[in-house]
Design a protein around this ligand. Structure first.
Ligand code: ATP
Ligand code: MG
Length: 267
């Protein structure tokens, strides 16, 4: 999965990454489903160990353009984990209380505890994406944020939170298809937000802002992965593999019992 990781010193251009790529899987959609089922079982098992150990936390950040598949990825990849050990937070436009604090305040409060996997549906990166594209704060303010974010994530990593970040990369054509599907399918009408069309008109500005995020904030302690996301099954498979590999690498262990079980008799 290394090919999707943005190296800390890399200068990437998003146009060099194909949203249609499926080169890391040698099978069809059905085989991918079987592989995904195995991976999500493994994730559930690893999370149980992480929780039993309760020493470390994992933070998964998911960012994408509208219709990029954040919801679907969370459902299909993390939906099999014990809900008691997995905390999903969706970041919407900040409330007045949130705006009365610095932009990382609400993020800090939503972080996973030790033993938990936290999943962010959007994140502090909105503060250098939508905020930048719409000039919600002056450039002098947002341009300092990459550095804050790197320092913040370094602190979290030093203190025991493993961070992995996914950019679900779709093409502009794929977004058109998915928006049209929301219009054509009554059960998807609730997902259609006319505002998404205004954001779509800013496609290039967003791609540029994403490219900067990927180049400035992919670090050894909190790497970004660019996930080819035009095919939902492939996107899920790659995210699940990286999440599994990350947890496996942490190697969480059930704690040693501090009870002598040989002396216990249940009557
Ligand atoms: P869906 O894909 O289901 O539409 P969503 O994540 O787009 O889900 P929405 O309620 O449609 O959810 O949108 C949330 C909105 O909040 C997005 O437009 C996002 O850019 C915006 N937002 C998030 N964080 C910030 C922020 N810090 N400042 C301004 N806007 C933000
Ligand atoms: Mg939306």
């Amino acid at each position: 999965m290394k090919k999707y990781r943005v190296r800390a010193d890399a200068k990437i251009e998003l146009k060099d990454f194909s949203p249609d790529d499926k080169s890391e899987f040698d099978g069809d959609k059905n085989q991918a489903k079987t592989a995904l089922d195995e991976l999500t079982d493994e994730l559930d098992d690893l999370q149980e160990r992480l929780y039993a150990e309760s020493k470390r936390a994992v933070l998964i950040v998911i960012q994408a353009m509208d219709t990029g598949g954040k919801d679907g990825t969370i459902r299909k990849v993390f939906g099999n984990i014990n809900p008691q050990g997995c905390r999903v937070t969706s970041f919407k436009a900040p409330t007045s209380t949130e705006l009365a604090h610095d932009y990382l305040w609400r993020v800090h409060a939503a972080l996973p505890r030790r033993g938990e996997i936290g999943v962010f549906n959007r994140s502090h990166y909105e503060d250098v994406l939508v905020v930048r594209v719409h000039n919600l704060v002056p450039k002098e303010i947002w341009e300092k944020r990459y550095e804050h974010i790197n320092a913040f994530e370094k602190m979290l990593s030093d203190e025991g939170t493993t961070i992995v970040k996914f950019f679900l990369h779709i093409s502009k054509e794929e977004q058109a298809k998915r928006l049209q599907e929301r219009i054509d399918t009554p059960d998807k009408h609730w997902k259609f937000n006319p505002n998404d069309l205004k954001e779509r008109a800013l496609w290039n500005e967003y791609q540029h802002a994403y490219q900067d995020v990927l180049n400035k904030t992919s670090t050894d302690h909190a790497p970004w992965y660019i996930i080819p996301a035009n095919r939902k099954w492939y996107r899920n498979l790659v995210v699940a593999r990286i999440a599994r590999d990350t947890l496996k690498h942490l190697n969480p262990k059930f704690p040693e019992a501090n009870v002598d079980f040989s002396k216990i008799v249940i009557k």
